[in-house]
Design a protein around this ligand. Structure first.
Ligand code: IPE
Length: 261
């Protein structure tokens, strides 16, 4: 089984002030994903459909009162925005012939201190067994820690959880960069792509501070994927903006990127 993560940065204009879809990229990425040749689960990020609200309402911070109306409003708005985004994505995937079924993570996942604690993966497995491609996403969820009550669950955490539980053999994480570099390629022209990252690799990851990313940017992704590697599951970071990359990756061909193992 393949898990394909499509980063929010590839599907939206991430630094927009309001949720803004990158229609052109969505069209192309959906077309490329239709070349999958194995069971597949798609996980998408939030981009400007989620991070704006997550930050504005400080979801994951302690509520001011036991029933904090502002936080409750933030949960409603973030979930609704993500559900709308998911709807746009599954509609496009279906148009390309993928039997995509949207599954809302906040309806079957609860975290404790921001890590998944309750998650019934049998629903996802059953959809896969019946021939569907479930499409889940980073979401605003209930947290079992009564101090914080709510949390932002990243698509990256969902990937690692599902990959372990459902024994996936291929994890492809696509975003708007080629992979992991020796330094930030946006500021340092000498930065080189690292082809293989393990727990022993010395990393210097400086995220783009201008971008809103409440779930930890590239370092957050690496940590999730290293945890997966600890379980013996390899993953690959590739650039979704490079035409053909997703098509090649989902059909099992080699793609330029970083392997995490
Ligand atoms: C974040 O998910 C979810 C919300 C902010 C609601 P991700 O962390 O997976 O999203 P991207 O890929 O960075 O946009």
């Amino acid at each position: 089984m393949i898990i394909l993560k499509i980063g929010g940065s590839a599907l939206t204009i991430k630094d927009a002030q309001t949720p803004t879809l990158d229609e052109k990229n969505l069209e192309r990425i959906a077309q490329e994903a239709s070349f999958y040749n194995d069971d597949m689960i798609i996980v998408h990020g939030a981009g400007s459909f989620g991070h704006i609200y997550a930050q504005q309402y400080k979801i994951g911070d302690k509520p001011k009162t036991p029933k904090d109306d502002y936080k409750i409003e933030g949960m409603c708005i973030t979930q609704a925005s993500m559900q709308l985004f998911n709807h746009k994505i599954i509609t496009k995937l279906q148009e390309k012939g993928i039997p995509a079924i949207g599954v809302k993570p906040s309806s079957f996942v609860m975290t404790r201190n921001k890590r998944i604690e309750i998650c019934d993966t049998s629903i996802i497995q059953r959809y896969v067994d019946e021939g569907f491609v479930p499409v889940v996403y980073g979401d605003a969820v209930l947290d079992l820690n009564d101090d914080v009550k709510f949390a932002i669950l990243s698509g990256d955490q969902i990937i690692t959880y599902l990959a372990k539980e459902l024994k996936c053999n291929r994890v492809i994480l696509s975003s708007d960069v080629d992979g992991i570099f020796t330094d930030n390629p946006k500021n340092n022209p000498d930065a080189e792509l690292i082809e293989v990252v393990t727990r022993d690799t010395q990393l210097k990851v400086t995220d783009n501070q201008d971008q809103i990313d409440v779930t930890g940017g590239m370092m957050g992704k690496i940590n999730e994927l290293l945890a997966l590697a600890d379980e013996g599951i390899e993953s690959q970071i590739i650039n979704a903006e490079v035409e053909g990359n997703i098509q090649q990756a989902v059909s099992g061909q080699k793609v330029k990127g970083t392997l995490i193992r």
